[in-house]
Ligand binder design. Structure first.
Ligand SMILES: C[S@@+](CC[C@H](N)C(=O)[O-])C[C@H]1O[C@@H](n2cnc3c(N)ncnc32)[C@H](O)[C@@H]1O
Length: 447
C-alpha cells in the first residue's frame, strides 16, 4: 500500500541539482561511532569500504530477519556481514581474491574455540621448527632475491624484525586458505601485518594501505629502519580476542569469488545448494568508481603474505573505466541482478561523484548516479525510488559557501535507490521515513 505522507515528502525536492527525485533518507550513519557494528568489520582495513552503519541504515529499513541481502561488490564484506549479524542471510561477491578472503572469513567464520585451538597448534609446531625457519628468514633478509628457494621482494624482507619474519614465513606456509579456520586466521593476520601501534607486526607503514615499494625501500635504506620484535602468535591471539568480542553473526553467510556481471546468477545457485531462500530482498553495494583504486598495488604486503599476485589483481578489476564502458559494465551487472531480486526487491547503490583522481581533474565523473540510472538501470526495467546523498548537511554548507560550484570541489556520494518493480519502489519510498534503531549490539528483544 502506498504511504501518501511519505510520497508527498519524497516529492519535496532537495536542491541537489540532480534532476531526479530525491529520497529524504537522513544520513544517520554519519553520526555513529567509527567502529559501530559487528566486531568482525575491522578485521583488516580495505580501501573504499563503506561504514557498517551505512549498511545497517538500509538493512534495517528494507529487509527482515531471514531475507537475503546481497552485495556483488562486497570488498571487505561490510554489507553481508552486517546483514548476517542482524539475522539476515548475507551474500557477498567480489573479483578481488583479497576481498573474497575477508568476506569469506567474516561470513563463514571460525568459532572462537576452533580459531584458538588452531593457533595453539601452530604455536607448538613453530616451537618445534623455529631454528630451521629462523635460518631461512635470515638468509632471505641478507639477500632477498637469492637467499632461499622462493625469492622475496626487498621491501617485504625489510619490513619485519628477523624473528617476526621467521614466524610469518612459518604461518604463511602452514595456513591453508581453502580451510575455513585457517582462512579466518590468515585474514586476521593480514589485518595486523602493518600499522603504527604495538598490535601490528611491522611499523614500517600505516595500517590503511601499503606505501609505494620504491618509497619503502628508499626510506628503509635512508633511515636504517628496523621494525621492533613482535610475536606473531601473541599479536594474533590478541587480535582474536578483539574479533570475538561479540557473538558470531547469527544469520547464514555465503562468500563468492568472481565477476559481478554474473554474480546474481551464481548467488542464486549457491543459495539453492544450501536450501536457503533463493532471491534477494535487498542489494546494498558500492560499485567500483571511475577512480583508480589499485587494490593489489596498495596491498602488496598483505598480498605477499596471502600468496596473491598484486599485479594480477589490478589487471582483473574494473576500477579504471571511462564513463561509457563503466555504464555498460554496470548495465550488465544490473541485468544479471534483476531476476535474482524478489518482486518487491530493493537495490541500493552507493555511487561516488568523482571530480578528481588523486588531485587531477577527471572528465565525466560528475552526475554519475544520474547517468547510472538513465543508461544502466532504466533500460533494464528497474524502477527508481530516488537518490539520497550521504551528507546532505555538508553539501548544503558547501553550496552556501561556494555556490553551485561546490559540487565540483567536494566528493559527495549519491545513493541510488532502485527497485525491481513497483512494489519495491513503493516499499523503498515509504521505508525511507522509518525510524532506525542504532543500538548496537542489539537489545535482546530485537533479536
Ligand atoms: C567501492 S569497493 C566496495 C567496498 C565495499 N562496499 C566494502 O565496504 O568493503 C568496490 C569493489 O568492487 C570490486 N570489483 C571491481 N571490479 C569488479 C568486478 N568486475 N566484479 C566484482 N567485483 C569487482 C573491487 O575489488 C572492490 O572491492
Amino acid at each position: 500500500m502506498s504511504n501518501p505522507q511519505a510520497e508527498a515528502s519524497t516529492a519535496r525536492q532537495l536542491d541537489l541539482g540532480l534532476g531526479l527525485p530525491s529520497l529524504a533518507i537522513e544520513p544517520d550513519w554519519k553520526a555513529q561511532q567509527r567502529l559501530w557494528g559487528h566486531s568482525f568489520h575491522p578485521m583488516s582495513s580495505y580501501l573504499a569500504s563503506f561504514p557498517a552503519a551505512l549498511a545497517h541504515a538500509f538493512v534495517a529499513r528494507y529487509s527482515r530477519p531471514g531475507d537475503v541481502v546481497f552485495d556483488p561488490f562486497s570488498g571487505r564484506g561490510t554489507a553481508p556481514l552486517q546483514a548476517a549479524a542482524e539475522g539476515r542471510v548475507g551474500v557477498g561477491n567480489d573479483l578481488n581474491p583479497f576481498a573474497y578472503l575477508l568476506t569469506a572469513a567474516k561470513l563463514e567464520p571460525a568459532n572462537p574455540a576452533e580459531a584458538r585451538t588452531r593457533l595453539t597448534a601452530l604455536r607448538l609446531a613453530w616451537a618445534g621448527s623455529a631454528p630451521e625457519w629462523q635460518a631461512r628468514a635470515d638468509a632471505i633478509q641478507a639477500d632477498p632475491a637469492g637467499g632461499g628457494p622462493a625469492p622475496v621482494a626487498e621491501e617485504v624482507a625489510v619490513a619485519f624484525h628477523r624473528r617476526t619474519f621467521a614466524q610469518l614465513l612459518f604461518i604463511r606456509a602452514a595456513l591453508d586458505l581453502d580451510d575455513r579456520v585457517d582462512r579466518f586466521l590468515a585474514a586476521a593476520a593480514a589485518g595486523i601485518l602493518h600499522g603504527k601501534s604495538p598490535s601490528y607486526l611491522s611499523t614500517l607503514m600505516p595500517n590503511t594501505f601499503s606505501m609505494a615499494p620504491r618509497y619503502v625501500r628508499e626510506y628503509a635504506a635512508r633511515t636504517g629502519f628496523s621494525s621492533p620484535e613482535r610475536d606473531v602468535f601473541d599479536c594474533l591471539a590478541a587480535k582474536l580476542d578483539r574479533l570475538f568480542r561479540q557473538p558470531l553473526p547469527r544469520g547464514a553467510g555465503i562468500a563468492l569469488l568472481g565477476d559481478a556481471r554474473d554474480a546474481g546468477t551464481r548467488a542464486v545457485e549457491a543459495l539453492r545448494e544450501r536450501r536457503l531462500p533463493e532471491r534477494a530482498r535487498l542489494v546494498v553495494a558500492s560499485p567500483p568508481y571511475l577512480r583508480v583504486v589499485k587494490y593489489g598495488y596498495y596491498n602488496w604486503l598483505r598480498a605477499w603474505f596471502l600468496g596473491l599476485d598484486s599485479r594480477a589483481i589490478d589487471a582483473a578489476l574494473d576500477d579504471a573505466h571511462h564513463r561509457a564502458p563503466y555504464l555498460a559494465f554496470l548495465r550488465e551487472v544490473l541485468r544479471d541482478l534483476q531476476p535474482t531480486l524478489t518482486e518487491d526487491g530493493v537495490a541500493v547503490l552507493v555511487i561516488g561523484d568523482v571530480a578528481t583522481d588523486r588531485g587531477r581533474a577527471i572528465q565525466h565523473g560528475l552526475g554519475l548516479a544520474e547517468r547510472v540510472w538513465e543508461e544502466a538501470a532504466a533500460p533494464e526495467g528497474y524502477h527508481l525510488a530516488g537518490i539520497a546523498v550521504d551528507d546532505i548537511h555538508a553539501h548544503r554548507k558547501m553550496t552556501k559557501l561556494w555556490g553551485r560550484e561546490a559540487g565540483r570541489a567536494t566528493q559527495i556520494d549519491r545513493i541510488l535507490v532502485l527497485a525491481s518493480g513497483e512494489a519495491g519502489r513503493r516499499r523503498a519510498v515509504s521505508g525511507a521515513h522509518l525510524p532506525v534503531d542504532w543500538t548496537w549490539p542489539p537489545r535482546l528483544r530485537s533479536l
